[in-house]
Design a protein around this ligand. Sequence first.
Ligand SMILES: Nc1nc2c(c(=O)[nH]1)N[C@H]1C(S)=C(S)[C@@H](COP(=O)(O)O)O[C@H]1N2
Ligand SMILES: [Mo]
Length: 324
Amino acid sequence: MAFIHVPKPWQLPERVATSETAFLNRRKFLKAFTGFSIAGAALPLLGCQSQATEGDPLQGVVSLPADRNPTFVVSDRPLTNERVAATYNNFYEFGSNKHIWDEAQRLPTHPWQVEVTGLVKNPRTYDLDDLLKFDLEERVYRFRCVEAWSMVVPWIGFPMKVIMQQVEPTSQAKFVRFTSFYDRQITPGPSFPPSQFLPWPYTEGLRIEEMANDLAFFAVGIYGHTLPKQHGAPIRAVLPWKYGFKGAKSIVKIEFIDRQPATYWNTLAANEYKFESNVDPTVPHPRWSQARERLIGPDSEFTFTEVPTLPYNGYGEFVANLYT
Ligand SMILES: Nc1nc2c(c(=O)[nH]1)N[C@H]1C(S)=C(S)[C@@H](COP(=O)(O)O)O[C@H]1N2
Ligand SMILES: [Mo]
């Protein structure tokens, strides 16, 4: 909640950038889309985010053994406690608070298919079982949200380039677009502002060369088992050198296209959520510095260590060459 803040009248709206969550409560946004006054309206949303205490945040997961890839370990920070990671999430399809794990249990994950289409030689629709048959590996990655909190998470999955090798993007394919599951009945979005004004479904994208990089990863598991729904079951993107919002959850479609796609947060606020969005301590978010971050935990979301943010989140050796 540290970044949620009511703009002072003397601050220009263009300069009042907020966190992803607070963005949805912005005066400008509310006016533009609803005509409602923010007074009172945003308070219930911000004030009633009690942490659900019933049920098990790890319900429904199944063991998913995979060897740890020794290239992708994190030695400068401890692993975040699994229950902390599983109860502090961003998943706007279910609402705009962090304690969304129990609402996210409504996500139907069986059966699940991922359609891979567009500018490819071999378009293909994968059943989840096909994806689980790939060589799975565990990678411990730093995870940095644009809101300036971070964690360290052991993902299980496979490099994105494995899918590229199978479908073979054509020479016209320059970008890829990921689309998340969306069904208005099941994923109601935030209660306020009204969800119908948000650019659903959640989409994200990469340049082809970024996707082909070894770091770009599809996760089907975490902490030794399948993904709990709130982490984006059954398959989500993990791009550790970029801000967390680039990693679309619960992916149903992967399209290879010839131009940069419109994406969810970039459509809402292009100046705050850039398409590229590499982690960069020298480029402040319009309203806060990105030089440091709150490393959550390791054992509680209420304790954190402030640490310097690393260029490319510490992954420059893998990706810096993509941006020269
Ligand atoms: N479909 C979808 N994907 C999403 C989001 C979302 O709201 N919907 N939130 C993003 C943001 S802002 C972050 S920081 C990460 C959070 O992932 P986690 O909850 O598994 O830690 O997911 C990203 N992927
Ligand atoms: Mo985020």
